[in-house]
Design a protein around this ligand. Sequence first.
Ligand SMILES: C[S@@+](CC[C@H](N)C(=O)[O-])C[C@H]1O[C@@H](n2cnc3c(N)ncnc32)[C@H](O)[C@@H]1O
Ligand code: SF4
Length: 363
Amino acid sequence: MINSIDSLYLHFPFCNTGCNYCDFFCHKSKSLTLLDTFENTLLRSYDKHLKFLAQYNKTLNLDSLHTLYIGGGTPSLWGKRGVSFLCEQLGLKNLLPSSCEFTLEINPKKFSSIDLNLWKSIGVNRFSVGVQSTNSKFLEILGRDHTHQETLECLKLLSKENYSLDLILGLPESEKHHRNILNEIDELLKFSPKHFSVYILTPKKGYVLKDKIPADELIAKEYLKVSEHLRANGFDHYEVSNFALNGFKSKHNLKYWQSKNVAAIGPSATGYFNISDVSAIRYKWNNKGDSWSVEELGPEELSLEKLYLSLRTDQGININSTEEQVRSRIKIWEKKGLLKITGEIATLTPSGYLIMDTLLEII
Ligand SMILES: C[S@@+](CC[C@H](N)C(=O)[O-])C[C@H]1O[C@@H](n2cnc3c(N)ncnc32)[C@H](O)[C@@H]1O
Ligand code: SF4
């Protein structure tokens, strides 16, 4: 039986300048030759990708997508050219159902009302903005290419839209420059965001500012303060790094956390689909965007991965369906305040989210 995948991730691999902490695959310039190569390769690979899915009896139809996510890099930089490409070359125009959650990642630099209307005209109905910090000192430390003023102008434009903000915790020199993350959040709340993604800085290999990153205890305090503050302001802490007002969880990202099918195209993008109840395929595109490697997950890998992913979100796990080994741990975690049990469902508390990687190591 042919089964349609109804979520798609597309990776746009270009940024204005590279931020010093970031390890996502992106070219630091948007040269026309590189853009041409990217678009031509994407077009050629699109059909090859459909044939790959067909080998597993899967299809991908733009006219029945439930979620579409264009990430990067900084896909808002694709602008008018990107909108034309998506409509005319990929055939997005008039195909996408109006119910599709269509997210675009943007950077506050040079995002104008013209850009906003352009992307909305092809169905984008959710924006994800890389703010990272509202403090100019930290924008400078991170090598961000936008000013605080540009962030404010961008958010003013978006204040009536469905949008999410990215912030980063555990920034280099946080103590030296007295970072006050709660004041930053209060400033941002004035622009009515519906969703926050708050990441703890993951230093990339050889990160030049690694020695200036605060101690783990300080980062933990910052994380727990943020969780408490956002919850006090009506946001649900629904995943380790994600907070949403009622009705505004990311439908696309929930698919990853619920081990549902998400196809992917573009350099470095990762796709996933189930091929039976006990096996799945994960595939990762190379940085040229012209082919991908395939990994098949068997029953054991899949069950561990499902456990891990369920614990990442407030969906939690059903205690009765877990193995004895996990159940005995659950009691210990509950006593330590890392987990709470409601009926048959166990979910991590914010303190549990904070150390979930080490929690699972001791299963
Ligand atoms: C791929 S970026 C897209 C947003 C856009 N390019 C921008 O930065 O404005 C997605 C988010 O990942 C987060 N991020 C990137 N590198 C990170 C790192 N090393 N540690 C923690 N978060 C990181 C940032 O919050 C960033 O906004
Ligand atoms: S703009 Fe976004 S994707 Fe580009 S380097 Fe900075 S954080 Fe990474």
